[in-house]
Design a protein around this ligand. Structure first.
Ligand SMILES: Cc1cc2nc3c(=O)[nH]c(=O)nc-3n(C[C@H](O)[C@H](O)[C@H](O)COP(=O)(O)O)c2cc1C
Length: 301
């Protein structure tokens, strides 16, 4: 079995175009450092403490090192019933959740395994088939359908993560499903070719060891804009770069960026992490599969 650090290392080494993109988007949005000191923030949290907030603030990712202990089926059911309570556009629940309990299948799907994997898919198949059964016409085949359904799907997935954590179960979100040959995901769990797209996997289980620290977050100016959007100015950027470099804030993915020859953590992020596996061809397999799913136009040659 891999140790936590080996798992973390293989996550770092494997790279992720989609995951990297997400991190990039988040860091670009972040802009300026957190609002308030750490003391004032923990006071804010304490002043409004309740069980829900405690659960949300206790969320952390287990980077693959889950034990062999199984989550009882009833607990999975509780998590699923909470997951589908998430808000969703027109209450159409345009997603599907595939529950995978076979650890080998989990590993093949995303490179990780735990006690249970929930594969969250953008999915209109159910609705489309209802329309056909009624003789109605329904074509959820635009990018708007895809974006709206992605929102529904992600909200349901995050709700599952919160429910799981409230029950003492830890999670890992992974877009490992988008690495390598993505066609395997359709094959492994028999996804429909049209109107369905696997968006994110949620691996759940019990950790072999506690994470060394909780990852930090930016949550102030630059992330949150009051009234109007404010672009970060040079001093803001300098402060932001310093924050990423500060090892006590735990904002980074990799603690060894300096020994790897980088001046700043963000140099490592941009030069090393985000450049990994970047496709040179704009017609990626993801675009082809999105086209096959019917959500975007087929790309010209
Ligand atoms: C879309 C997405 C993809 C992710 N993919 C991975 C992954 O493949 N491997 C991994 O170890 N963590 C993955 N993560 C977890 C993030 O690395 C983690 O949420 C982030 O570093 C913050 O840490 P925290 O969740 O412990 O606060 C992913 C998270 C998201 C939302």
């Amino acid at each position: 079995m891999k140790t936590r650090n080996e798992n973390r290392r293989s996550f770092l080494m494997k790279g992720a175009v989609a995951g990297g993109g997400l991190i990039l988007a988040r860091s670009c949005l972040a802009g300026i450092p957190t609002g308030g000191t750490r003391e004032s923030k923990s006071r804010q949290t304490r002043d409004h403490a309740n069980e829900t907030l405690n659960t949300i603030h206790s969320l952390r990712t287990i980077h693959g090192n889950f034990t062999e202990r199984e989550i009882p089926d009833e607990t999975i059911q509780t998590i699923l019933h909470s997951s589908v309570r998430a808000a969703n556009s027109s209450n159409m629940q345009s997603y599907s959740i595939v529950v995978v309990r076979d650890r080998n299948t989990m590993h093949e799907l995303c490179g990780y395994s735990g006690s249970c994997l929930l594969l969250y898919c953008v999915d209109f198949t159910r609705l489309k088939e209802c329309a056909v059964a009624l003789g109605d016409s329904y074509c959820p085949d635009t990018i708007v359908d895809f974006v709206t359904s992605s929102i529904n799907t992600a909200l349901a997935a995050q709700t599952a993560a919160i429910a799981a954590r409230s029950l003492g179960i830890d999670v890992l979100f992974t877009n490992g499903i988008h690495r390598g040959d993505m066609g395997r995901v359709w094959k492994l769990v028999d996804l429909p070719r049209e109107h369905c797209f696997p968006l994110i996997a949620l691996v759940m289980g019990y950790p072999t060891e506690e994470p060394a620290h909780k990852a930090g977050r930016l949550s102030g100016a630059g992330v949150i804009h009051y009234g109007k959007y404010r672009r970060p100015a040079k001093p803001d950027l300098d402060q932001l770069i310093r924050q990423y470099d500060d090892p006590t804030l735990h904002l980074g993915l990799n603690d060894s960026w300096s020994s790897e020859g980088h001046k700043h953590y963000l140099d490592w992020l941009f030069k090393s992490w985000l450049r990994r596996e970047k496709p040179t061809d704009r017609r990626t397999q993801m675009m082809e599969l999105l086209a096959q799913s019917g959500f975007i136009e087929q790309q010209g040659g």
